[in-house]
Design a protein. Sequence first.
Length: 85
Amino acid sequence: MAVPDPATDAEAAATADDVRHHCGDLVDWKLSAILAVGPTVRDLAAAVGWASGQDELGEAGAPLAGPAAQVYDILLSDEDYEERE
């Protein structure tokens, strides 16, 4: 059995299980929206770090961008958003 490589796994496309693991229980539309962005596991970890206030500039010393920024926006979005559309 191969030993998983954390560096490679972090760059793998996130699955619904990955999203639940990193983000906790989410309403269905948030889970779907996050998966639609196509984040990596690393993107999820960065977005959750920002959302929890643990990471202001990330490992690279720069603000969030790309899928990580989109996931962050979804995590902080209003849960009633879907009902208003």
